[in-house]
Design a binder for this molecule. Structure first.
Ligand code: FAD
Length: 187
């Protein structure tokens, strides 16, 4: 498979960065792998609409062309990010705003969005909220899964979460990470 990992954490020493490293190292070597580390790349997450940046030109914006190429290339997406204020970091949201654009990722129809993309996705999130709360919560990866990826044609989408990430012991964190490593091996 063509696997595209997209990460959004500002600290290369963070637990999220460690998850990303472990996932990469444990994928079967027969896969082709590309990684977008949004903070390390200095991705500009600001969507601009003005005389020089017209909404109708987003699907051909040269600044984001390499990301559109990677999104088209991928048939397995892996998103890895911490939950901030119930959802994805603004950096990742800005990436979605600028790259998953009309005319490229979807088009509007009378009944909703028609997705243009293909492939499956795996969302890996970390947060401090107990697991019995997250099904009742508004987002915690569900917006990316249902409103964004599935609307753009990417399906199925699964979510793995490491809950209570800052509160649990090192052993519990490693146990949770081991489940993710196992899933990465089986992709
Ligand atoms: P880190 O802080 O890097 O590490 C977490 C723990 O893992 C630490 O104990 C650390 O010692 C350990 N660790 C770090 N690196 C390693 C390693 N290599 N190996 C083993 N252990 C390691 N949480 C919610 O539940 N809901 C919210 O709405 C929410 N909003 C937030 C908003 C903001 C702006 C911020 C900053 C945090 C918010 N949080 C929220 C908490 C957030 O989800 C967690 O801080 C984040 O998921 C932790 O991931 P991290 O990679 O930053 O962990």
């Amino acid at each position: 498979m063509n696997i595209l990992i997209i990460t959004a954490h500002p600290n290369p020493q963070s637990f999220n960065a460690y998850i990303a490293k472990q996932v990469q190292e444990n994928l079967n070597k027969s896969h082709k792998l590309r990684v977008i580390d949004l903070y390390a790349e200095g991705f500009d997450p600001i969507l601009r609409f003005d005389n020089r940046h017209r909404r109708r030109d987003l699907a051909s914006d040269p600044e984001t062309a390499k990301y559109r190429d990677l999104v088209t290339w991928a048939d397995q997406f892996i998103f890895i990010f911490p939950i901030w204020w119930s959802g994805m970091p603004a950096m990742l949201k800005g990436f979605i705003d600028r790259v998953f654009v009309a005319g490229f990722a979807y088009h509007n129809t009378k009944t909703g969005l028609k997705g243009h993309l293909n492939g499956k996705a795996w969302i890996i999130i970390t947060h401090n909220t107990p697991s019995f709360i997250t099904p009742l919560a508004q987002d915690y990866g569900k917006v990316l899964k249902n409103q964004i990826l599935k609307s753009c044609g990417i399906s199925p989408v699964t979510i793995s979460q490491i809950t209570g990430v800052e509160k649990i012991s090192d052993q519990e964190r490693q146990k949770a990470l081991n489940k993710i490593i196992q899933k990465a091996k089986n992709l």
